[in-house]
Design a protein around this ligand. Structure first.
Ligand SMILES: C[S@@+](CC[C@H](N)C(=O)[O-])C[C@H]1O[C@@H](n2cnc3c(N)ncnc32)[C@H](O)[C@@H]1O
Length: 222
């Protein structure tokens, strides 16, 4: 349960949307609307849909673009151990907010395009590769090259069956077909959160099966 009573449902709090988060989020949106990509934090329905996409037996997770921590809260509630979770947020005010709200979780104030190096530095890859990257990034407002850099870093750190879980407010996948082809990724549309503001769709990206098989077949280096 959260150390913050305003987030604790036993105290009548709201687990995903609380006034402090909304105010903080809105203030950052006024400073940098493109990077924030949304006026309000995600809602609980979307957070639930995101964590439902974690693979079975999921342990090691990196969350990128955490904002005020709606998905962080949902990940912890879903049983991800704080020691196996790294949260990456580029905005220093939001990174401070996340440190206060989730004292047991490692928060890196950094660019998601370095998430593989960050996961390594935080010791998250010591026992194996990542099982999932949960992304709250506004991918549609990014350049194609930044989007591909972030996905490249994610799949460098993800294991074979690892999943990159992303939401979008747009009508189609925010990772374009030519980008998926270039990166060797397949995707499926996992679901829709109509009660989110704005309504959002969740997509899951994974390595193409042929790439997984190729990496298994590769002979060990001499
Ligand atoms: C749409 S908000 C989502 C916040 C939160 N996940 C939610 O759903 O409420 C996007 C967040 O990504 C962060 N962000 C944008 N570009 C980033 C980058 N390159 N690396 C890490 N975080 C980034 C923004 O500062 C912002 O907090």
């Amino acid at each position: 349960m959260s150390s913050d009573p305003s987030l604790d449902p036993r105290h009548g709090g709201e687990a995903a949307i609380d006034l402090h988060s909304i105010r903080t989020f809105l203030r950052q949106w006024m400073r940098d609307p493109v990077k924030m990509a949304s006026v309000t934090p995600s809602g609980r329905q979307l957070a639930r849909l995101m964590v439902e996409q974690l693979p079975p037996g999921c342990e090691r997770v990196v969350e990128v673009g955490a904002g005020t921590g709606v998905f962080t809260r949902a990940l912890l509630d879903a049983g991800i151990a704080p020691s196996k979770l790294l949260v990456v947020e580029i905005n220093p005010d939001l990174a401070d907010f996340l440190c206060d709200r989730f004292p047991g979780v490692a928060v890196a104030c950094a660019d998601a395009r370095h998430l593989d190096t960050l996961a390594e530095e935080h010791g998250l890859l010591a026992g194996g590769k990542l099982d999932a990257v949960v992304s709250g990034l506004g991918m549609l407002s990014m350049s194609s090259s930044l989007r591909c850099d972030i996905l490249r870093a994610a799949f460098a750190a993800l294991g074979d069956g690892g999943r990159f879980i992303q939401f979008t407010y747009g009508p189609t996948s925010p990772v374009r077909r030519h980008e998926r082809d270039a990166l060797g990724l397949r995707m499926h549309r996992a679901g829709f959160a109509p009660r989110n503001l704005p309504p959002a769709t969740v997509y899951v990206y994974q390595r193409l099966r042929s790439r997984q098989i190729a990496s298994v077949r590769q002979p060990p280096r001499p």
